[in-house]
Ligand binder design. Structure first.
Ligand code: PEP
Ligand code: MN
Length: 301
């Protein structure tokens, strides 16, 4: 036994190749389908997630759920933990709000998506939410991303306010590396020198992410523009650019909204948007998502 023994005190070798790998298209060329309750994201069906920025109360969330379900939305959104710029702004209803959202989703047959801000919220969020949203401000919260790698719930990962495409992909890589491959990317506008529009919607990033990765890509035209009159044209543009779905803020009374009222569509405006999508989707070989088999209808809640 003349061989040299390994030196146990030596530092563990650091991998030289630190780039994204599991998120890359080559890792799964056929593309990933994300299963959110009964709804599948990433196939030919285009998925619309809609609802209030924040859950504010039982009547508000129920009216919104009824309206977006009636218009043909597939998933109900609603924040109960709100990452607000000011500590004096409405911070969300917390866990009780999550139960109102889940109840409204059940009543109107829609799975729900809600934002998780910290690891301590995961146990009850996993119980009630069909999709866990990671907000733009948390895209590089690495301990949260690692924890999300360990749960069995789909994750929608928003692009950070000033995140490069590589940073966005590597954030997703944390979740996949942890063992959760049910990840969707969400382009929600980035911060640029422009001040007239809330953010700059990077639609090239959508086409880029579809080509480079196997993950579904969702566009949030509400936070990307911050203006109701820009949401319809940007939704149609996102569909044409190859997005797999939309995340849109809707409020029954936008002028009374506790959060992001300026960008909230009324139910009527949202219905118009839903009616304008099909011809654009048709032009790119897509259609609004619908259950494909009776089995999926039975599983819908
Ligand atoms: C939201 O979806 O309500 C939200 C806070 O979005 P973002 O993280 O993109 O700002
Ligand atoms: Mn919002």
């Amino acid at each position: 036994m003349g061989g040299k023994q390994p030196d146990e005190s030596a530092p563990v070798a650091v991998r030289k190749d630190t780039g994204a790998r599991r998120v890359l298209r080559a890792f799964r060329p056929e593309g990933t389908r994300v299963q959110a309750g009964p709804v599948e994201v990433g196939g030919t069906g285009f998925v619309v997630m809609a609802g209030p920025c924040a859950v504010e109360g039982v009547e508000q969330v129920d009216r919104t759920a009824a309206a977006v379900a009636h218009a043909g939305a597939h998933v109900l959104r609603g924040g109960v933990f709100k990452p607000r710029t000011s500590p004096y702004a409405f911070q969300g209803m917390g866990e009780p709000g999550l139960h109102l959202l889940a109840e409204a989703g059940r009543r109107h047959g829609l799975p729900i998506i809600s934002e998780v801000m910290e690891t301590s919220q995961l146990p009850f969020m996993v119980e009630s939410a069909d999709i866990l949203q990671v907000g733009a401000r948390n895209m590089q919260n690495f301990s949260l991303l690692r924890a999300l790698g360990k749960v069995r719930r789909p994750v929608l990962l928003k692009r950070g306010l000033s995140a490069t495409l590589q940073e966005w992909l590597l954030a997703a890589e944390y979740i996949l590396e942890g063992g959760n491959e049910q990840v969707m990317l969400c382009e929600r506008g980035i911060r640029t020198f422009e001040t007239e529009i809330r953010n700059t919607l990077d639609l090239a990033a959508v086409a880029w992410a579809k080509q480079r990765t196997h993950l579904p890509v969702i566009v949030d035209p509400s936070h990307a523009t911050g203006q109701v009159d820009l949401i319809l044209p940007m939704s149609l543009a996102a569909a044409a650019a190859g997005a797999d779905g939309l995340l849109i803020e809707v409020h029954p009374r936008p002028e009374q909204a506790l959060c992001d009222g300026n960008q909230a569509l009324t139910p009527e405006h949202f219905q118009t948007l839903m009616q304008r999508l099909p011809p654009v989707l048709d032009a790119v070989g897509r259609h609004l998502w619908r259950p494909e088999s009776p089995a999926q209808v039975v599983r819908a809640r």
